[in-house]
Ligand binder design. Structure first.
Ligand code: GDP
Length: 397
C-alpha cells in the first residue's frame, strides 16, 4: 500500500476517536515562520519529503501565493502523530499571515481548539501577534507559543546563553501580558491560559534548520540548551535535527496541551453559538455526538478545478455524509452533499464514509454556503457571525 493511502487509512480510523483528535491553527505575524513551521510538521508526519520541507511551502497552494511568498487562503491538512504510545489525528488549518486577511484568520479560528502562536525570537511579539491572539481567545481557542529563528540569536547576533535566555523570557512575558489582558475580561476562561516553559506550553527552535526544544523534550532527550547552542554554532544542524526534531517537539506539545473536541466543545459552543442551550442540538454539539443532529460550520470556500466549490469547516455534531440534504443558514431550501473528504498535505481526499463530529471536513455540493454559514439537517439558530478584528496597517520592512 502506498504511503499516502496508509496515512489516509490511519486518519479515517482516528476520525472516530475524538479523544485523539486535535484541531489546530498556526498563527503568526508575517514572516515569523508559520509556513516553514507548517512544512516541518507535514514532513515530520511523512506528508512531504524531509529534504524539501521549508522550500516546498506545501501550505501555499495558490500559485499566486507562492510567487508573492505570502499565504492568502487558509489551507488545510490532516496528519497523524504518535504521542505517549497513542496515535493522534492533527487537523491543521493554515491562517493567512498578511495583515490584509484578518477575516480569514478569525474564520480559521472558529474551526480549531488550539492555536500555535509563532513569534520570531529576534523581532519579538509584533502588532499582528496581538491580533491573532485576540482572534484566538475570542473564539475560545487555547494558545501555545513557539519561539522561532533561535538560530539567528546564536549565529547572527552571537548571543551567549544568558543574553538568549533573557531575550526569550522577554518574548514569553510580552505574550503572557497580552493573554492575561485579554482573558481577564472573559469570565468563561477559568483556566490559566498564559504559556509557560515549565508547563511545556512554550517551545523554541529553528523552523529553517528543523530543530526544536521544550522543557519536556529536553528532559526526554537529555539535550540541554547549552548543547543546542554549541551544536548550532558548530554547524551540526543535521545532527541537532536528528536528535531533537522540531516536528516531534511541537506535535507532542499539541497532543499534550491542546484540548480534544470532547473537552473543547462544551466550553466553546456557548461562546460561539447563542441558540437555546436546552435544545437537543445544543446537547449534541456539547457532547460531540456523532449520531446527533448534523451541524457543520463552514469556515472557508475554495475552488477546485474539477470538483468546483469546496466548503471547508468543522463538524460540531452528527456525521456528514454524501447525499444528505442540508439547510444553509440565511438561504431558502436545502443543498445536497455531493462528496465529503479531508485534506492531506494540502490536497483534498474524498472518502467513501462520513466525517463525524469533532473533525474538519471538505464538502462539495453546498452551493449556497459561504464562509461563516451554519449548515445543518435541522433548522437552527446559526453560529454567531464572525467578527473581523481590524488592525493597524503596517508595511513590511
Ligand atoms: P510566514 O510569513 O510566517 O509564513 O513566514 P515563512 O515561513 O515564509 O518565513 C519567512 C522567512 O523567514 C523565510 O525566508 C524563511 O526561510 C525564514 N525563516 C523561517 N524560519 C526560520 C528560522 O527558524 N531561522 C531563520 N534563520 N530563518 C527562518
Amino acid at each position: 500500500m502506498g504511503r499516502r493511502k496508509k496515512i489516509v487509512q490511519e486518519c479515517e480510523t482516528l476520525m472516530d476517536n475524538p479523544e485523539q483528535i486535535r484541531n489546530i491553527a498556526i498563527a503568526a505575524h508575517v514572516d515569523h515562520g508559520k509556513t516553514t513551521l507548517s512544512d516541518n510538521l507535514l514532513a515530520g508526519a511523512g506528508m512531504i519529503s524531509e529534504d524539501t520541507a521549508g522550500e516546498q511551502l506545501a501550505m501555499d497552494t495558490e500559485e499566486d501565493e507562492q510567487e508573492r511568498g505570502i499565504t492568502i487562503d487558509a489551507a488545510n491538512v490532516s496528519m497523524t502523530h504518535e504521542y505517549e504510545g497513542e496515535n493522534h489525528l492533527i487537523n491543521l488549518i493554515d491562517t493567512p499571515g498578511h495583515v490584509d486577511f484578518g477575516g480569514d484568520v478569525t474564520r480559521a479560528m472558529r474551526a480549531v481548539d488550539g492555536a500555535l502562536v509563532v513569534v520570531d525570537a529576534v523581532e519579538g511579539a509584533m502588532p499582528q501577534t496581538e491580533t491573532v491572539l485576540r482572534q484566538a481567545l475570542r473564539e475560545g481557542v487555547k494558545p501555545a507559543l513557539f519561539i522561532n529563528k533561535v538560530d539567528r540569536l546564536i549565529n547572527e547576533l552571537q548571543e551567549g546563553p544568558q543574553e538568549m535566555q533573557e531575550r526569550l523570557l522577554d518574548v514569553i512575558t510580552d505574550v503572557n501580558e497580552l493573554i492575561r489582558g485579554m482573558t481577564e475580561e472573559m469570565d468563561d476562561i477559568t483556566e490559566d491560559w498564559t504559556v509557560s516553559v515549565e508547563e511545556g506550553t512554550v517551545a523554541f527552535g529553528s523552523a529553517l534548520y528543523k530543530w526544536g526544544v521544550s522543557m519536556p523534550s529536553m528532559e526526554a532527550t537529555g539535550i540541554s540548551f547549552g548543547e543546542v547552542i554549541d551544536m548550532e554554532r558548530n554547524d551540526e544542524r543535521d545532527e541537532l535535527h536528528a536528535q531533537t526534531p522540531l516536528s516531534d517537539v511541537v506535535l507532542d506539545m499539541v497532543a499534550e496541551h491542546f484540548p480534544n473536541p470532547l473537552k473543547a466543545q462544551p466550553f466553546r459552543v456557548p461562546r460561539i453559538w447563542r441558540g437555546d442551550a436546552e435544545s437537543d442540538v445544543a446537547e449534541d454539539m456539547r457532547t460531540v455526538d456523532r449520531g446527533g443532529d448534523i451541524v457543520f460550520m463552514c469556515t472557508d470556500i475554495g475552488m477546485d478545478p474539477h470538483a468546483g466549490e469546496i466548503a471547508t469547516g468543522r463538524v460540531f455534531s452528527g456525521t456528514l455524509e454524501k447525499g444528505q440534504e442540508l439547510y444553509v443558514s440565511g438561504t431558502a431550501g436545502r443543498n445536497r452533499v455531493q462528496s465529503v473528504g479531508i485534506y492531506m498535505g494540502g490536497e483534498r481526499e474524498e472518502l467513501d464514509r462520513g466525517v463525524p463530529a469533532g473533525n474538519i471536513a471538505a464538502v462539495t455540493g453546498l452551493k449556497d454556503a459561504i464562509a461563516g454559514s451554519t449548515v445543518s439537517d435541522v433548522e437552527m439558530t446559526p453560529f454567531e457571525s464572525i467578527e473581523h478584528i481590524s488592525e493597524p496597517v503596517i508595511t513590511k520592512s
